[in-house]
Design a protein around this ligand. Structure first.
Ligand code: PLP
Length: 404
């Protein structure tokens, strides 16, 4: 058999998808499993979005369209960006098959073999794998729970080398739910102004912010960075449409041209029906999205109340997205039902085996002290799952004779 490409030697399938597959397999065996693992927002888009998709089917949706996106989609997207104080022209945007492919193509256009990419950790699980697949070297900037999982400018300064090519920034964050304040963004932006590198701003959760706080962007605080920033957007989370697979990039024209070249040689264009639905989501009434954010904020409160009731766990309060990332490391080295819990992986395995509760181990996100809870599931499941989570740690404390 012929060899596979060397780049595949280090490529891993997404850890989140692996957990989701395990959950499906257990469910098929008849096990009652609650999943806090996958990042599906669990709300449906509004009628006007479906209507736009239906209209596209009924019209002529069978032809090739521009790789940049249909005129309707591009206009709706730039209008949506303008409402966020981010002004782009039609020549400065490109469509992609979800935020994931947008990120992949941006890295493909930016990286040469051996180029370094700065990635704050915890990070979204696919970032390092994408970088490695494309010949780059991920450089992790560790942001522990004691610094609220947030990056400090001095960490960028320390990590920069002549090989640094890209900085990846995700706000609000998957997996921690952290949201940077304006002052924090400005401090990072001031540091980034000193280094001639590309900046990927993964903003796909930017509508999901709680407690009346606002989304701040590097281009609000540091507009000088505009020539180097690639803004990544998606309808997956903000509009509850992950399966429709639409992402968008806004950035400097020269960079966007490369993304269009990649599109024209790979996907040609994203599918026309999804384009029409995405145009309606970006450009239409945003109420359905706002209503869902209010529900997420309530669920966040339910999660935090449960976590705060579990001794020896610490969890910075998530201010956005739909994830919480408790530090569970105080329980490492203890046993549960005779099994030694050495790390996040043994802990998640035992939780799944014994309690039927699926979480993603923190090491999939570059922080092995934590586990990720995705709380976008229906409320009844959320309550049950949190009760099982609390019960698991209560059992560990009782079995290891640890005071509560
Ligand atoms: N970026 C982050 C931080 C994510 O969490 C995800 C999905 O979970 C993506 C990008 C990719 O999203 P999609 O390809 O569904 O738009």
């Amino acid at each position: 058999m012929p060899n596979f490409a060397n780049r595949m030697l280090h490529a891993q399938p997404s850890a989140v998808i692996k957990v989701a597959e395990k959950v499906q397999a257990l469910k098929k065996q008849g096990r009652d499993v609650i999943s806090f693992s996958i990042g599906v927002p669990n709300f449906l888009p509004a009628k006007h979005v479906y209507q736009a998709a239906h209209n596209a089917i009924d019209g002529d949706s069978g032809t090739y369209l521009p790789g940049r996106g249909s005129e309707e989609l591009v206009n709706a997207f730039i209008q949506c960006m303008a409402t966020k104080g981010l002004d782009y022209g039609a020549h400065e945007v490109a469509a992609a098959v979800g935020g994931k492919q947008a990120l992949f193509h941006i890295l493909m256009a930016a990286l040469n073999e051996g180029d370094e990419v700065l990635i704050p950790a915890p990070y979204w699980t696919s970032y390092p794998d994408m970088v490695t697949l494309l010949g780059g070297t991920p450089v992790f900037l560790h942001c522990p729970s004691t610094q609220n999982y947030k990056l400090k400018p001095e960490q960028i300064a320390k990590a920069i080398t002549p090989k640094t090519k890209v900085f990846m920034f995700n706000n609000p964050s998957n997996p921690t739910g952290m949201v940077y304040t304006k002052a924090e963004i400005k401090a990072l932006g001031d540091e980034l102004e000193k280094h001639d590198i590309w900046i990927i701003s993964d903003d796909i959760y930017d509508r999901m912010i709680f407690d009346g706080e606002t989304f701040h962007h590097l281009l609000h605080t540091n507009p000088k960075l505009r020539d180097r920033v690639l803004c990544v957007q998606s309808i997956s989370k903000n509009y509850g449409m992950p399966g429709w697979r639409v992402g968008m990039v806004a950035g400097p024209e020269g960079f966007i041209q490369h993304l269009l070249t990649l599109n024209s040689n790979s996907i040609t264009n994203i599918n026309n029906i999804s384009m029409a639905a995405a145009a309606a989501a970006f450009g239409g009434d945003q109420q359905f999205s706002d209503d869902s954010m209010a529900v997420f904020a309530q669920k966040r409160d339910v999660v935090m109340k449960a976590l705060q009731g579990i001794s020896y766990l610490s969890c910075p309060v998530p201010k956005g997205a739909f994830y919480a990332f408790p530090d569970v490391s105080a329980y490492y080295g203890k046993t549960h039902d005779g099994v030694l819990i050495t790390d996040d992986i043994t802990l998640c395995t035992q939780l799944l085996e014994k309690k039927g509760l699926a979480l993603v181990p923190g090491s999939a996100f570059g922080e092995a002290k934590g586990v990720r809870i995705s709380y976008a599931c229906p409320s009844a499941q959320l309550e049950r799952g949190l009760a099982l989570f609390a019960e698991f740690f209560a059992e560990m404390r009782a079995q290891n004779k640890i005071a509560s």
